[in-house]
Design a protein around this ligand. Structure first.
Ligand code: CAA
Length: 261
């Protein structure tokens, strides 16, 4: 598939994906959602062995993503709305379950579907001008890409209720204080900060990192028992060459050289 709205750069396995619809503040239209699905459910998985980590960001310095594309909403009925939300959930789950670290580098507005997209990533780093919010009630709708569920996970029920019902936007420092973002940095340092975290993670065993992602996600998955998931994941990692290498390197007082096997 030819990508139109996602731009990719790959520096030695560190992939940066830029959502590039700057004139529409990078709003998630159908084509952009299709491309996110294509990458996180197919192309990215096919190339997984060559990927060390992903930075997801928005084009320009004003917006990460200003939400779902409101211009595509007109004429949508209940059936269409449910289909849109279900599809969004599937795509954002693919991001959340992606077996390499995915960091949202939030470079401006992260509203509605944009805040939801950032929350589906494994971590969020934002610039000082970033603004977060779920303004859907202003449109007479509710968040449809997981916002009512994931916002609670990061900031707790009471504060999530407030932001979801008032549609208030919060600034970067408050998002940080609430635990919605991991770090706040100057705009020009945003990608470098995300990259530094990915580089640190890339020095660990990739199989162990994939199992961390699966195990932490299991906590929030009502179909699974997270503790059981951890037992299985721990067992899976102890059966790897990376574990032999990691433990041997510790005993030999040297740096481990992980191969992902
Ligand atoms: N969809 C489509 N176009 C959007 C958009 C969106 N979500 N957000 C911004 N744009 C477009 C504007 O229409 C405008 O385009 P035109 O120049 O062609 O009119 C352009 O981006 C620039 O936007 P503004 O002129 O509005 O810029 P501003 O600086 O005055 O305001 C803003 C910035 C506060 C982010 C404002 O654009 C805004 O409120 N955007 C909508 C935010 C929103 O409601 N998001 C939630 C969408 S619903 C959703 O996401 C549901 C879900 O959970 C899946």
């Amino acid at each position: 598939m030819e990508y139109q709205n996602l731009q990719f750069s790959n520096d030695n396995g560190f992939v940066t994906i830029t959502i590039s619809r700057e004139k529409a503040l990078n709003a998630l239209n159908k084509q952009t959602m299709l491309e996110l699905e294509q990458y996180f459910s197919k192309d990215g998985l096919e190339k997984i062995d060559s990927i060390k980590g992903i930075i997801l960001t928005g084009a320009g310095t004003k917006a990460f993503v200003a939400g779902a594309d409101i211009k595509e909403f007109l004429g949508m009925d209940t059936e269409g709305g449910m289909a849109m939300a279900q599809r969004g959930h599937d795509i954002f789950f693919a991001i959340e379950r992606f077996p390499r670290p995915v960091i949202a580098a939030v470079n401006g507005f992260a509203l509605g579907g944009g805040c939801e997209l950032a929350m589906a990533c494994h971590m969020r780093i934002c610039s000082e001008n970033a603004r977060f919010g779920q303004p859907e009630v202003n449109l007479g709708i509710i968040p449809g890409y997981g916002g009512t569920q994931r916002l609670i996970q990061y900031i707790g029920k009471g504060k999530a209720m407030e932001l979801l019902m008032t549609a208030d936007m919060i600034k970067a420092d408050e998002a940080h204080r609430l635990g919605l973002v991991n770090h706040v940095v100057a705009q020009e340092e945003l990608l470098a900060k995300a990259r530094a975290i990915l580089e640190k993670i890339a020095s660990k065993g990739p199989l162990a990192i994939a199992k961390i992602i699966a195990s932490v996600n299991a906590y929030f998955d009502h179909q699974q028992d997270g503790f059981n998931s951890e037992v299985r994941s721990f067992g899976a990692t102890t059966g790897t060459s990376d574990f032999v290498e990691g433990a041997t390197a510790f005993v030999e007082k040297r740096k481990a050289n992980f191969t992902g096997k």
